[in-house]
Design a binder for this molecule. Structure first.
Ligand code: UT7
Length: 340
């Protein structure tokens, strides 16, 4: 008899070719590598080409996954797409990706989820629940973002702009017959009181006509066109505290000691957040994986990008115990523990 365990069966990633180093950022930002690197850990990020959309990046990540031959495309029976930068207001990126992959014949349902930097762990919980309930067998979970087109390239926007990059990564979560590789538990949280004092982008107000009012020459009127982070320090301290808290909670519920964790794959918002969080948890720094220096914060894509990179280079092996904590806009946060 089959057990309904869920495990991460395969992964793939795509980042645009265009590398933007801290030194390459436009002079209007009035920033430099000396400010950015020690405060954030970011050295460079990738920017998509003009007209390249979030679903295009996602498609390339899925193609990379499928090329590995670990899952046949025909086996995928559900899509969950996590992004804060969808191609358009609606419909969601799930169906747009499905159509681009040539799978739009009606047999694969598509979900879009909007949990920002926590999108991937929220998606993992959904996927595990679906599989363990026997509803689907092979779920494609994607985290993808094109941030570069919405960042504000001015001094006002610099605190946000220097942090973010574009990228996409995908995993397939499948039903497993053995329990050596399985998702153990995801715990997720949200606190809407932080919705507009953390990081957010209004762009429009559904309660107002016109929906969008924009005057490019009026600095206040154009404020809503860009991401805003009114209290970056509050966001920082919440991220440190919440990621440590939820990690301790999920490990505690499983009766697993931090010493048993082989690798931590934290959301990549700021290298200092992850160091402080690991210190609170008493996890040695050399167990905490990073790629923020190369890609910046790619929001929903950070954790699957780490997973794909560090499984491909042989660091993470089958059977390793992984901890994946995330925190982001909303506020939303959570952590997953799994045997890879
Ligand atoms: O994915 C989850 C969401 N994102 C986060 O969790 C981000 C959390 N926050 C952070 O990572 C950090 O708070 C930042 C990296 C954004 C800022 O670092 P900080 O050490 O907290 O700097 P700060 O906000 O205290 O700013 C210090 C100064 C300010 O100037 P004044 O007011 O002291 O004159 C800023 O205007 O640094 C200025 N500043 C910059 N200067 C050069 C802010 N951004 C920049 C910049 N380059 N890019």
């Amino acid at each position: 008899m089959l057990n309904n365990f869920a495990y991460i069966r395969s992964s793939g990633m795509y980042v645009p070719d265009r590398i933007v180093r801290n030194e390459d950022l436009p002079a209007e930002l009035e920033t430099d590598d000396e400010w950015i690197r020690p405060r954030t850990g970011v050295e460079e990020r990738r920017y998509a080409k003009p007209n390249e959309k979030t679903s295009d990046l996602a498609k390339k990540a899925v193609e990379n996954l499928l090329e590995k031959g670990e899952v046949p495309a025909e086996a995928i029976d559900c899509v969950i797409f996590a992004t804060l930068s969808p191609d358009v207001f609606f419909p969601g990126c799930g169906v747009l990706l499905q159509e681009k992959l040539g799978w739009a014949d009606g047999h694969i349902p598509c979900y879009d989820i909007r949990q920002q930097c926590s999108g991937f762990v929220y998606g993992l919980q959904m996927a595990q629940a679906f599989i363990e309930a026997g509803i689907y067998e092979n779920i494609l979970l994607i985290g993808a973002e094109v941030h570069s087109n919405v960042l504000e390239f001015s001094k006002r926007g610099r605190a946000v702009t220097v942090l973010f990059g574009d990228g996409a990564a995908a995993v397939v979560i499948s039903r497993s017959m053995a329990d050596e590789s399985r998702i153990l538990l995801t715990e997720i949280h949200a606190d809407g009181a932080g919705a507009f004092n953390g990081i957010h982008m209004k762009l429009f107000d559904i309660g107002k006509k016109p929906l969008v009012y924009y005057d490019p020459y009026d600095i206040e009127a154009n404020r809503d066109m860009y991401p805003d982070m009114p209290s970056s320090k509050n966001l920082f301290t919440n991220a440190v505290r919440r990621m440590a808290e939820v990690s301790a909670s999920v490990l505690g519920r499983l009766g697993i000691s931090v010493n048993d964790v082989d690798w931590v794959l934290p959301h990549q918002a700021n290298v200092r957040i992850n160091r402080m969080s690991a210190e609170l948890l008493d996890i040695p720094e050399d167990k905490v994986l990073y790629n923020i220096h190369k890609f910046g914060n790619t929001t929903a894509a950070t954790i699957p990008l780490l997973l794909d990179e560090f499984t491909e280079n042989g660091t993470i092996k089958r059977g390793d115990l992984l901890l994946m904590p995330a925190f982001g806009s909303g506020f939303t946060w959570g952590a997953t523990v799994l045997y890879y």
